[in-house]
Design a protein around this ligand. Sequence first.
Ligand SMILES: [Zn+2]
Ligand SMILES: [Zn+2]
Length: 124
Amino acid sequence: MRRKTAQRDAIKEAFLIKNRPLSIEEILETGRKTVESLNQTTVYRNLKLLVEEGWLRIIYHPEAGTLYERAEKEHHHLFHCRSCDRLFELPGCALREKESAPPGFVTERHEVFLFGVCSSCRQV
Ligand SMILES: [Zn+2]
Ligand SMILES: [Zn+2]
């Protein structure tokens, strides 16, 4: 039981350290620094539970694939770097959601993805 909690804590910690959306590979890589035995099956199982509990939410990104981020975060948009394949959070929202849809339409939510090259990749 203690081992299970340690693995789960290592996954949570990965999100707190990185503070951005993470792919399975990144979660494994970061989590293994804390719990060496962490494997893909365990990570998948824990991610499913953390989503069910409302600690994480799933992002389906058209290029980066399936990623996870902390559910408590305020609404924000995401920037995908095509060079390092990472997702970055862009604080705030410049979209006027209600005015963007035609009259008579009811908007419930939106997602915005920006694509390009991040600052650290540009410098290389
Ligand atoms: Zn980059
Ligand atoms: Zn927005």
